[in-house]
Design a protein around this ligand. Structure first.
Ligand code: OGA
Ligand code: MN
Length: 197
């Protein structure tokens, strides 16, 4: 596993955006996808909002994804395997990069056909705890015509990343504006933030 962790961290250090293909094993990503699809069937996914609880501003013009927060309290073995992986990653990141991460939060996301999330920054004005953004994709067989790219706005160029199964993207939450482009197939993912107190 160290290889995928190093790959993510090294590309982050070099390019400000870490990308690691196969960060999620094929079996974990398949289990996670089955799990989010079960949540969807059970009507557990909810329209995502903008801002945090202090500034609730739901706005379908800005984002149209459906989300479900993962939680160890669910006692779901698949969610727990995911958290075990994140615990290993955070321990590795803290020990190699002195990042001082003390917590995290992750949600499943479904962008139904025709969804998007307009250009935004992940750190809230009134909550600076989100240090790093992490996104992992659960889409096997994703094709260019399916759209749904993640576009990251660097000072001098725009980086486009396809939401390919198992890939993880990692960047500083306060630093980079980004956008999810219109998708033409259902787009499944896990998004989360590593937090420093
Ligand atoms: C987010 C986000 C990007 C993606 O949920 O804040 O920017 O590619 N997601 O899903
Ligand atoms: Mn975002």
């Amino acid at each position: 596993m160290q290889t995928a962790f190093d790959c993510l961290i090294d590309s982050f250090v070099t390019h400000n955006v870490g990308i690691a293909e196969n960060f999620l094993s094929a079996s974990l990503s398949a289990q996670l996808k089955e799990n989010i699809q079960a949540c969807y069937s059970d009507n557990l996914l909810r329209a995502a909002g903008i801002g945090n609880k202090v500034l609730p501003m739901q706005d379908k013009l800005v984002r149209s994804d459906l989300i479900y927060w993962l939680d160890r309290k669910h006692n779901n073995p698949v969610e727990n395997s995911f958290f075990d992986l994140m615990d290993r990653f955070v321990a590795y990141l803290n020990s190699t990069c002195y990042t001082g991460i003390t917590g995290y939060e992750f949600h499943y996301a479904l962008y139904e056909k025709g969804s998007f999330y307009k250009r935004h920054l992940d750190q809230f004005q009134n909550d600076k705890n989100r240090a790093y953004s992490m996104i992992m994709y659960l889409n096997t067989g994703w094709q260019e015509k399916d759209g749904g790219e993640l576009c990251i706005y660097h000072a001098d160029h725009v980086q486009t990343i396809a939401p390919v199964n198992g890939t993880c993207v990692f960047f500083k939450s306060s630093a980079l504006e980004h956008e999810v482009c219109l998708n033409h197939q259902p787009r499944w993912s896990i998004t989360g933030w590593l937090k420093s107190a």
